[in-house]
Design a protein around this ligand. Structure first.
Ligand SMILES: Cc1cc2nc3c(=O)[nH]c(=O)nc-3n(C[C@H](O)[C@H](O)[C@H](O)COP(=O)(O)OP(=O)(O)OC[C@H]3O[C@@H](n4cnc5c(N)ncnc54)[C@H](O)[C@@H]3O)c2cc1C
Length: 390
């Protein structure tokens, strides 16, 4: 299975209020009994459901083309030339198109440089659906998420696919994000999907996206209290995170106006002292502090904290996506519609391969997997109930 095991419950992960670290003893015990958590645990249960019903997935053979007869989808051809005829049709479950730069440039509404989905999500299902005349929807949207990326060869990096989501690191106190002008530009602790909008802001005068690239900035007290970026509290930050003895030096090394960065941090510290972020209202929403310092939750101090203890640190933050949202439009049972709005017989699409039922919105924790499971179930049920061909 793709990825590396995370042998923890959601409640033990930072997003569930835990530390994200297991004791050596826990790690050993869970490894010994092959206990997995998070996404791989969910996939394990789904796989078990298949195996219990005698269905054995075939791996390593990419679907390439739909076979049609008389306007109905009747099978699929694979990249190696093999083909299967199906009795009821085909369900597209090939994920999004976040790994195809041509498709992301053509369709997404703003910059997206470091996709977090699996490398094989190259929009094959989208192309297959387009070739049989599907009506597309939600093509501009994605499950936006900010990430940091360790420079260098992605295969050698510690985080998934070379990128690491920054959720806790930007919600905790004592950290902010700044743009190329050295200024804050958003509520850093906002939900990651909505935050995508801040990365897409465009300056018509300079003719560029003003908040990409941007940097997350934090101080030594942050490191001592919380760690982050794969390092436990009090640990040594990795080499690829820039560090400087003063804010001005940090600004100079990032090629930002040093006096502007200085003023930004001074303003931030004033806002923290007064207990309210007048500029971007960070901490006003209960969401903001949830991934912050839970010892202060629900007080704003769970996400507001001064940045004043040298050395100071910075890492580039990129606009990324957990997966794209666009694809063929469907009925509520995931049957794919053609450009005129009629059902294409024998074709269903589910998960990130379908036009997302949530549009541009993210509904909260499980906001992507929840709908994927619900509509996967509906699509499967609809396909199973379709009349079988000889
Ligand atoms: C790091 C990360 C963390 C996430 N955390 C959460 C979370 O906490 N909660 C949440 O709700 N969501 C989360 N998500 C999002 C969630 O994982 C995805 O939205 C979800 O997996 C989409 O499901 P899917 O089955 O549609 O596509 P995917 O899970 O992307 O699977 C698509 C599959 O299709 C395969 N494929 C592609 N092309 C072909 C082809 N031509 N032939 C055959 N197979 C093909 C791919 O290899 C892939 O295995 C996270 C995503 C990432 C990347």
């Amino acid at each position: 299975m793709f990825g590396s095991p995370r042998r923890m419950y959601v409640s033990e992960s930072p997003i569930g209020g835990g530390t994200g670290f297991l004791t050596d003893e826990q790690e050993r015990a869970r490894t010994g009994s092959n206990l997995e958590g998070l996404g791989r645990a969910m996939l394990g249960a789904l796989l078990r459901g298949l195996l219990d019903r005698g269905v054995e997935p075939v791996l390593g053979n990419a679907a390439a083309e739909l076979i049609t007869e008389g306007g109905a989808v009747t099978g699929v051809r694979f990249a190696n030339g093999d083909a299967v005829r199906t009795r009821r049709g085909v369900i597209l479950a090939t994920g999004g198109f976040e790994r195809d730069p041509e498709l992301t440039t053509a369709f997404l509404r703003g910059p997206m440089s470091h996709p977090a989905g699996v490398p094989s999500n190259t929009g094959d299902g989208l192309r297959m659906a387009m070739r049989v005349g599907a009506k597309l929807g939600v093509m501009r949207e994605a499950w936006w998420v900010p990430v940091v990326a360790e420079p260098g060869d992605p295969a050698r990096q510690y985080a998934l696919n070379g990128v690491q989501l920054v959720q806790r690191e930007r919600s905790l106190p004592r950290t902010i994000m700044v743009n190329i002008r050295g200024q804050r530009f958003t509520n850093e602790a906002a939900n990651y999907n909505a935050l995508g909008g801040a990365f897409h802001a465009f300056d018509p005068t300079r003719f560029r996206h003003v908040n990409q690239p941007c940097w997350i900035v934090f101080d030594q007290h942050f490191v001592d209290l919380y760690g982050g970026y794969g390092v436990a509290a009090g640990g040594e930050m990795p080499d690829w995170i820039l560090r400087a003895d003063s804010v001005r030096e940090l600004g100079a090394r990032l090629d930002l106006p040093p006096e502007e960065l200085d003023a930004t941090l001074a303003r931030w510290n004033t806002l923290v002292d007064q207990g309210h972020d007048d500029d971007f209202r960070r901490g006003d929403s209960a969401f903001d502090g949830w991934c912050g310092d839970r010892t202060h939750y629900p007080d704003r101090r769970s996400t507001l904290g001064r940045i004043d203890r040298a050395p100071f640190y910075a890492a580039p933050v990129y606009s990324s996506t957990l997966g794209t949202k666009g694809g063929p439009q469907t009925t509520v049972d995931c049957e794919v519609l053609d450009v005129d709005g009629s059902v294409i017989p024998g074709l269903w699409a589910v998960g990130n391969a379908m036009a997302a039922p949530t549009g541009m919105v993210y509904g909260g924790a499980g906001g992507t997997l929840g709908p994927a499971l619900v509509f996967g179930f509906r699509g499967g049920r609809s396909a199973a109930a379709a009349p079988a061909r000889e």
